[in-house]
Write a protein that binds this ligand. Structure first.
Ligand SMILES: [Zn+2]
Length: 431
């Protein structure tokens, strides 16, 4: 590994101490023995937004809140040229970790604070965007906050999408906190491709790759899209386990198992052909009220989650999965009820942004590998809206969506310095 080079004297130093203090405050105020909980449009998320807003005020950043209560904190530039936006979310899954989302927001704040303290006035606005409701465990809809920022919320979602714990609608939750669901329904947008030069989302890596590679920072090339059946079922017929002959059985567990094995074979085949893909089946359950060990299972519920960086691959797997299921239905006399279909489009990160982040890392003496991203992020919405986007991954142990996620502040500092250099590069040019 190359030695870390001395910091360029002109390079603003991101305020890592500020970020560390805020991580501590977040942990103290939104955590308990079970982990961190910051519900989307709930108390924890609101507290986190208020906290970040307070710090932005102290730094003298310009503050805007949009109809969906997303927060934009801006170090004003010399010109009104399209802004450099650094953003992420502050909500968490129930009993999650402290860094998922918050790391990106606090890194943006640390970078803006560094510019401020160095007395640097950027050539264009440098904005930290704090989105809402990124974790779809609370509302069964993806990227609510970032879609709201870009005016992409469908009016009916505000009434039909409800929060899993309260049962109240998205619009109701937004209004209760002082937002404006009617403006969201009209598609009012705080940002667009016309006023954003690029969107960068720093985020902890939620997989083990950087740990395995012994690298503090990675640069994302693309975000996998998905298709999902969250509430699928294989339906057969209950029967006496001792009296129902093999040929007359309609065994739902056998049908579902055949599907699992056939989809694993399909994954093997596509992966060998060089396709980017993950196939996950889970949440298998028979109903204990109807089922017993001495009964042929008549129904098994399950979930299917398929992800890829390629839309074409997702379409191929979907078509093949349905064809495989039809074959299994005939063979095992069962029926598949797939339930609702949901998912998201893959998002390709901008080649110029990716190269710029890699070059900024190199200039810092950090070898940042290029890598795909398996989880959904707000950056996907910006990329698919035509805004050049990128993601910077920070090494993180123990995965994510659990209280044991662990990011070393030294790795956060390394990533923050890379991001600060990247921003300085863009914000030094005359637009
Ligand atoms: Zn996240």
């Amino acid at each position: 590994m190359s030695a870390v080079r001395p910091i360029d004297p002109l390079l603003p130093s991101p305020d890592v101490d500020l970020a560390e203090r805020l991580f501590g405050e977040l942990r103290a105020r939104t955590g308990d023995s079970g982990g961190i909980t910051r519900a989307s449009y709930g108390d924890g998320e609101q507290l986190a937004h208020d906290m970040v807003k307070r710090e932005a005020q102290a730094l003298g950043l310009a503050i805007r809140v949009d109809a969906g209560l997303n927060l934009a904190l801006t170090l004003p530039g010399r010109t009104r040229a399209p802004a450099v936006v650094i953003g992420s979310h502050l909500d968490s899954v129930p009993c999650g970790g402290n860094y998922d989302g918050a790391a990106g927001v606090l890194m943006g704040l640390a970078v803006a604070a560094g510019f401020r303290k160095a007395g640097l006035v950027p050539s264009r606005d440098l904005t930290v965007l704090v989105t809402r409701a990124e974790e779809s465990t609370w509302f069964n809809a993806s990227y609510i906050g970032s879609r709201g920022v870009l005016g992409l919320i469908a009016a009916e979602e505000l009434d039909t999408v409800t929060r899993s714990d309260t049962g109240r609608s998205l619009g109701d939750h937004i209004a209760a906190l002082g937002g404006d669901p009617a403006a969201l329904a009209r598609g009012e947008a705080m940002m667009s491709p016309a006023n954003v030069a690029c969107f960068i989302e720093p985020h902890i890596e939620q997989g083990p790759q950087l740990i395995a590679d012994d690298r503090p920072v990675g640069v994302v090339t693309g975000i996998r899209g998905s298709f999902r059946h969250r509430a699928a079922a294989c339906l057969g017929a209950y029967g006496h386990s001792g009296t129902t002959p093999h040929a007359l059985r309609r065994d739902a567990v056998v049908g579902a198992s055949a599907l699992v094995m056939a989809l694993q074979d399909l994954w093997d085949r596509l992966e060998a052909a060089g396709e980017d893909l993950t196939v996950t089946l889970g949440q298998f359950a028979t109903d204990p009220r109807e089922h017993a060990f001495s009964k042929v299972p008549g129904r098994v519920d399950f979930a299917l989650d398929v992800r890829s960086q390629s839309t074409q691959t997702l379409e191929t797997v979907k078509a093949e999965a349905y064809a495989i299921a039809t074959r299994i239905e005939r063979q095992h006399r069962v029926r598949f009820d797939w339930g609702p279909l949901s998912g998201s489009r893959p998002a390709v990160m901008d080649a110029g942004v990716v190269d710029g982040l890699v070059a900024a890392a190199e200039a810092q003496g950090v070898a940042a590998p290029r890598m795909p991203c398996g989880a959904g992020h707000d950056a996907a919405v910006f990329a698919n809206a035509g805004i050049p986007s990128g993601m910077l991954f920070i090494r993180n142990a123990n995965g994510s969506h659990n209280p044991h996620e662990h990011m070393a502040m030294a790795d956060f500092a390394a990533a923050a310095n890379v991001l600060s250099r990247f921003c300085l590069e863009i914000c030094s040019e005359t637009p």
